[in-house]
Every structure is written in structure tokens, then in C-alpha cells.
Write a protein that binds this ligand. Sequence first.
Ligand code: UGA
Length: 443
Amino acid sequence: MSEQSQPRLSVVGTGYLGAVHAACMANFGFEVIGVDVDELKVKQLGSGQPPFYEPGLPEVLDQALESGRLHFTTDMAEAAAFGDVHFICVGTPQSANSNAADISYVNAAVEGLVPHLTGDALLVGKSTVPVGTAARLRDVSQKLAPEGVKVELAWNPEFLREGFAVADTQRPDRIVIGTDSDSADELLRQVYSNQISAGVPYLRTDLATSELVKVAANSFLATKISFINAMAEVCDRAGADVTALAHAIGYDDRIGSKFLRAGLGFGGGCLPKDIRAFMARAGELGVDDALSFLKEIDDINLRQRSRTANAAATMLGGTVNEKVIAALGAAFKPDSDDVRDSPALDVAANLHLQGANVRVYDPKAMVNAAAQFPTLDFVDSAVEACAGADIVLLLTEWNEFVTLDPHELASRTAGRRILDARNVLDPAQWREAGWQYQGIGRP
Ligand code: UGA
């Protein structure tokens, strides 16, 4: 602990999670240092320019930098010497050749930080990791600690959503702390005192439970989405409407209406890789059967992408070859520039491979999308994408697409066909304007 009464914080890894956490904690009055191996990112953050799009982040970052309490560095030794509490916020992507999580960045963060510690410290993992990782890292860090330095470890899973990262960090719906140390618990209650006094529930668990809370939550969310998408498949065949069905079952508060939007399914850097990593870990633990249903959840989800591409072909008379297709959206969800495992881009790339001329437009994700699929045709606006198009695909429900005027757009396209893969448009309004409207799981 430093001399001051407030612990000083370091945040290792400055992606969506770390950058937002660092800025928000500085605004709550803590001295914070953010550390990352990426020099450009550190430079951008240090000058108030987030390297990714996240609503509200530029404002909280500016405020934190102006306060003088937030700094960024690439120097791990500087961060180690600075902080009393070190948050590990690095990514745990899917491994290149298996379903398991790649935790090499988490290992590298701990191994890079701990030998440089100059005083007693608490490591707090926020990254999503396979159960058992935290206990192993606790032992590793105690071995790596310099002579005379006491290191403790806690796990504090993060539940923020991209697009709402700032609000979710300032006022999460719960704080979960896994630790076997009372002093770690006490210190973290101090670190989160602002949130706790605002009424945010603070739950202490053991290490393994805290790791599992995170993957269980994401698995449940993924299951809800795939459940309603399975219903959409049945609705399609039965001539029923999945949006009305979701609305009706949602009134039962045991079910709830959230995360029951049928459509193109889930993507992003979390849900898909987390359910796969969870299955892989269950296999290692010898309980594969307990999570085999998640394979079905993954399959239902991926099927929505091919179903959407097939629906486009059907609307075009059986083939997309040489057809002009407007693809509205590339990000995995609106209010984000993230294209990791994006269903929208997947559909666009699939149709391109089938010989279509696909014109993609996204309000924020163009640069990331072009880096991933450089052969797609990227244009500067929704109207430009739709000009002369045989069909319009709404793939990510950005507000600027939801509010498109069907009358105005009608004269610009070659064929008035719209496939609303997120079920966000009013079918009656589009049909009345002369469009052939098709949703997912809607008659
Ligand atoms: C998700 C979780 O919601 C967060 O709680 C968690 O902290 C985060 O993963 C993480 O592990 O870091 P996020 O990936 O930002 O957050 O996105 P979500 O809002 O969960 O959406 C995921 C995907 O599901 C998107 O592609 C979205 O379009 C899709 N979705 C969501 C649906 O298809 N239908 C729905 O009803 C809801």
C-alpha cells in the first residue's frame, strides 16, 4: 500500500474493458495508470483519442486526463511500481486451432508485472478465463514476487456491454469478487466504494465461482438468443410471427422480454468465443455432457447466418450471382465499430463468394470491416449502398437504418426488396411503400 489512504490503480490492457475502466476509476478520484504493449494505442489514449468507437468514452477520457489522475504507459515496470491494485484487462480470444480460450495474454500480463513489483500488491483479474485459471495465477504470482513482496489475487469478472461500456462501468448491475483473502476483499470494497454506496450489489465468492459466474452469464444470454432464433425457424415454417411470440412470452417475468430479439444472431468478441471456451473447459473437467447443449446453441446461431443468405437468394429468384446487394451494417451490433465474429460481415462475405456485388455501409465499422474483408465493396452511405441495388439487407440495427424512409429509398433501388435480418422495421410501412418485405420468423 502507498502512503496515501486511497490505493493507486494500474490497468493492464487498454481495450474496450481496460480503457473504460481506467478512465472511469480516475473520475471516481483514484490515481490510475493504464499500461499496454501497443504504443500507438497508448499514445492515442494519452492524447484523449480512443482507438475504437465507444459512445461516451471520449468525454470520460478527457475528464480523467484533465484531472491529472490518469496516465498511460507501455512500461510494465512503471505500472508495477505505481499501483497498489493491478487490474488485468487483457483479451482472451479463441485459440487459433481449438475452441479453448487463448490465455497467453493473461499469463504474459502476470509474468510481466509481478517481478517488477516494489511493494505488496493485489492483482485483480477482470479478463474472462477458464475456471481454475485464477487459482493457478495466484500461485504463480506468489512464486514470481520479489523477495519480501506479498502478492494477493482476486477475480472480478466484467459484465459490460459494448456500446454501453461507460454506464455499465460506472453503475454495473452487480460487482462479483472472487477471493480467498479478507484483506483483498476489504481493499476492493474501498476501490468500489462509489458504486457500493450507490446501491450496486457487491457479491463475494471463491475464485472458481467468480470465474464461472461470467461464462455462465454469457452462456445464458447466448441460450436466450438461440432459443428465440429456433422459434423463428419454426415460425417461418408455420406462418407465425416470432416478434409477436417473443412479446407474448416476455410478459412472464420468469422469462422476461430482454434478449429475445430474433434475427441474425449473436456475434462479437465475447458470446461466441465464451460458449466455445466453456465447452472446452467442461471437457477438460470431464463434464462435457453438462454443456453439450451449448454446441446446439452455437449451431442455431451460426445457422441464422446461412438462413439469411439463403433468404436473400430466394427473394432474388434463387441465386445472388451478379446481383447488386446493399448490405446495411458491418458491426456485430449497433453503436460499436467492432467486427469480431460479426454476423453482418459474415453474410456479406458469403454473398460476395456466391458471385454477388455486395456494397457494404456501416456508420462506424468501415475501417475494421475493410481490414477483415478487403475484397468487399465499401461505400460512404446507406443511400449509396442502395443505389441500383436488387435487394437491401438490414444486417445491423443502427438507428440510421431503422429510420430509413421506404418511400424515399424506393426510387433509388433497382428492386424494391428488403430483407430485415434484425426484425426492426415496420413491415406494413414498407409494404405500403411498394416493397417486398421479409423479416426473420415473420410471415
Ligand atoms: C456481452 C454481454 O452482454 C456482456 O454482459 C458481457 O460483459 C460481454 O459480452 C463480455 O463478455 O465482455 P456484448 O458482446 O457487448 O456483451 O454484446 P451483447 O449486447 O450481449 O450482444 C451480443 C450479440 O447478441 C450481438 O451480436 C447482438 O446483435 C446479439 N443479440 C442480442 C441478438 O441477436 N438478439 C438479442 O435479443 C440480443
